[in-house]
Unconditional design. Structure first.
Lengths: 197, 274, 197
């Protein structure tokens, strides 16, 4: 086995193993070979592999259990997109709740429920809080002192609004067909109101 | 079963039948000094993937033309094989017996005189030949497929370590349009549930605009939320809100908020009173 | 981003993803970048990566789901020593069943049994399903509504195939026109696997 062959095998093994490989574990790969590489030869080859990867996306590092080829941390910003956890779309109930908070703030959960005509689940409020889109502005001075919710700066940022004034007025929203046609020229109609029962 | 018994089972004309297939090579002679466990014969049985496979083996073994199978000879050999199995009391798939019946039928039809009515009669073997060829096609395809580089057997996935890199947790994106449409739905529903007063809506907003303006002074700020009367229910609240928005749009009123999220105060624009 | 940076990112992604990456999936990595590489730039960089690995332990292949950097088959003897378990060798019955499904899809179990002249065991179908190599495409509208099976993207990926067209061609049936006509009443070319619809 020549040295480039040895390097190919060791590099492939480091990449395929899915775990760090000690020099012993690497030597083990050649148990069936008539001519086995020596320990120092393996070490030298690891140095050569390390040199090969300098200035590239991976680096050879030595951790407690052996050597491994790992993605350089400077590439993390691109790599973490490899494992995007993409949750499902938000529910209509959540969007309506957010819209009511945006337009009616400060507003209590009870008021939101009055407007929507149905209860608002705690998980919706929790999701909106976690997303940093809404916050508690204070408490209404009525029995029970319900929390009043309003939108946040993150909400404005995420929706690309300079301020709440840039939300279209409700009076326009209700003449919808025109807006609708403008918004969805392709004929897609994700916002069709649910038909009345 | 002892070697002697196994020996006795081999009829003289069966010498070309393999007793086992070892590494793909048929073994036709039982090693004299070896005890053959019944499992080994089962292995031999399992070497065939059914009657078509067995027939193909027999045809190949004797270098026969698949398009012109000497049906009597093949039937004889096939039956010997079946009998051997039965004598060894190995369980035989029902398909082997069905094939035996089919061979017997073809054999008898081959014996009948041909060209009875002058019309060309189909070769009694045609269906069998078709099935054998079709099976052989897929048998070969399976072999070629098995020869393809297989992931985990011939070629291997790699997985450079990325344990230091956390997955990107993406929240669903919502556009302002979706938000507006959601609000539209809220408004629609509010209207629908309010005794179908939809057509009166613009009017009541106008009315409310007037009453709000009337209640506001240009000298003194009023608290925004005092303009709402929750006892009016959601429709009333929405109407008030719309009226305020419309008043703002028309620059009839002015709203101020001393601090972020602090109370909002409203007053009529002074020029309106001039 | 210069071209060597782009190559480093793409190479690291192919090495770290643990799955084949389509050009679209690779482009996705640059969603946050102000200047995003173009599709043709990505393709050119993939060619450069392919060239970089020539004569080394890995190779860049294109399979159904995208591009994959994989250990070359010539290094399989050493790679097998990485894991205690030997890879499964599949029985002829399983391979023949899989071949019939691959070439004849959509096909019912009864049709597979007709071709093989023997019953197909449930355990074979179960193994193929568990392996994610086959799936139910629908049901034949005949009495009993038997399931029709076809192969999956995973099957193509695992067999190093870009699409069904790359399956080894079926052997020609050496025979008479009459038999040919019986077999392929639609006039299909028996030398080509029929791609699924």
């Amino acid at each position: 086995m020549n040295s480039s062959e040895l390097k190919n095998i060791l590099e492939a093994a480091l990449l395929a193993a899915g775990r760090p490989m000690s020099v012993d574990a690497l030597l083990e790969l050649f148990a069936d070979d008539a001519v086995k590489p020596g320990r120092s030869e393996v070490r030298e080859t690891l140095s050569a592999i390390d040199a090969d990867w300098s200035g590239r996306g991976l680096e050879l590092v030595q951790v407690a259990s052996g050597y491994r080829l790992q993605v350089r941390s400077e590439y993390a910003p691109w790599m973490h997109r490899l494992w995007m956890e993409r949750p499902a779309r938000y529910s209509r109930a959540l969007l309506e709740t957010l819209a009511i908070i945006a337009y009616r703030q400060p507003v209590t959960r009870g008021e939101i429920e009055d407007i929507r005509g149905v209860g608002v689940s705690s998980s919706i409020m929790k999701t909106l809080m976690e997303r940093d889109w809404i916050r508690v502005l204070g408490h209404r001075e009525v029995p029970g002192r319900p929390a009043m919710f309003g939108t946040t700066r993150e909400f404005l940022d995420d929706f690309n609004l300079k301020s709440l004034e840039f939300l279209p007025p409700l009076s326009e929203i209700r003449n919808l067909e025109r807006i609708h046609a403008d918004l969805f020229p392709g004929g897609d109609d994700p916002g069709q109101p649910s038909p009345p029962n | 079963m002892s070697v002697a018994e196994a020996d006795a089972l081999r009829a003289p004309q069966q010498h070309e039948m393999p007793f086992a297939i070892v590494h793909g090579d048929p073994v036709t002679e039982l090693p004299r000094d070896l005890y053959i466990p019944p499992q080994a014969l089962e292995v031999f049985l399992e070497a065939f993937e059914g009657p078509l496979d067995l027939l193909l083996y027999l045809i190949k073994r004797h270098n026969l033309n698949i398009l012109d199978i000497p049906i009597a000879e093949i039937t004889r050999q096939y039956m010997e094989y079946i009998e051997l199995m039965e004598e060894l009391q190995l369980e035989l798939a029902a398909e082997y017996l069905v094939m035996a019946a089919m061979l017997a039928e073809i054999k008898s039809r081959m014996l009948l005189p041909r060209h009875v009515e002058g019309e060309e009669e189909e070769d009694p073997r045609a269906e069998l030949v078709r099935r054998l060829q079709e099976y052989e096609q897929y048998k070969q395809a399976a072999e070629s497929m098995d020869a393809l580089p297989q992931l985990g057997r011939d070629v291997f996935e790699v997985r450079a370590d990325s344990s230091g890199i956390s997955p990107l947790r993406v929240q669903p994106q919502v556009s302002i349009q979706e938000l507006i449409l959601a609000m539209r739905d809220v408004l629609h529903r509010a209207e629908l549930s309010s005794h179908h007063h939809v057509q009166r809506e613009p009017l009541s907003v106008r009315e409310r605009m007037s009453s709000i303006l009337g209640s506001l002074s240009s000298e003194k700020y009023s608290e925004f939320r005092m303009l709402f009367d929750v006892t009016e229910g959601r429709l009333g609240v929405v109407v008030t809100f719309l009226a305020i928005l419309e008043l703002l749009r028309e620059a009839l009123i002015e709203m101020v908020q001393a601090q972020a999220y602090g109370p909002i105060h409203v007053r009529a624009m002074s020029r309106e009173l001039e």
